[in-house]
Ligand binder design. Structure first.
Ligand SMILES: C[S@@+](CC[C@H](N)C(=O)[O-])C[C@H]1O[C@@H](n2cnc3c(N)ncnc32)[C@H](O)[C@@H]1O
Length: 189
């Protein structure tokens, strides 16, 4: 996503995973990309826009980390700046666990995912079959843990710091739909 805007804007990013950062650095040659914890990392400057996308917030396992993430976004936002985050709701994660595994082609490769509910913590079992030049496939497995909290609790916590301007769903679904996935747009006062 940052690649799409990096020719028009100066972009920076942080991820806990050195491997993800290596990949990002290859795609974003001019960007300020660093390994670090998004709940506490300090860039030492402010930004007009802070993004926490693709349910990255659900990777934070404790509520105190969600609170710290909002505080850190607030710290890095310039006045009038925009903070956008999205998250998987508890309802959506439960709905996904009730669905059969799903998959898709990615170029010559295939990806399959199944989500399991492990006593309120959700495990994404992600398997990628990478096609080799001899036609065989190599299997990569990378389980990802996600947690979520009640929608009102998340919105109230965000609203303590930033007025929420807008909540949208990527597919225009209603909140009553279990597949509803909010993208929350906040603006710093
Ligand atoms: C769904 S992926 C999003 C990947 C990428 N940032 C993007 O936007 O395409 C979630 C990412 O959150 C990262 N992550 C998990 N906990 C983190 C933390 N405390 N601080 C920074 N990154 C974290 C994971 O390493 C993973 O790369």
């Amino acid at each position: 996503m940052l690649k799409g805007i990096s020719s028009d804007y100066s972009v920076a990013g942080v991820d806990l995973s050195p491997e993800m950062i290596e990949l990002a650095k290859k795609k974003l040659l001019e960007a300020d990309i660093r390994v670090g914890d998004m709940t506490s990392y300090n860039f030492g400057r402010t930004f007009d826009v802070v993004l926490c996308m693709y349910d990255s917030i659900n990777h934070l396992s404790d509520w105190s980390q969600w609170q710290a993430l909002f505080a850190n976004a607030d710290k890095h936002l310039a006045h009038g700046g925009i903070f956008i985050f999205d998250f998987n709701t508890i309802e959506r994660l439960k709905w996904l666990t009730d669905n059969p595994p799903f998959g898709r082609e990615i170029g010559d490769d295939y990806m399959f995912m199944k989500i399991w509910n492990r006593e309120g913590r959700f495990e994404w079992d992600i398997r990628v079959f990478e096609k080799q030049s001899d036609g065989h496939f190599i299997l990569h497995k990378d389980p990802v843990q996600e947690v979520s909290f009640p929608v009102d609790q998340v919105m109230d916590e965000a609203a303590k710091r930033f007025p929420i301007e807008k909540i949208v769903d990527a597919k225009n679904l209603e909140q009553s739909n279990p597949n509803w996935r909010p993208f929350v747009v906040c603006k710093k006062k």
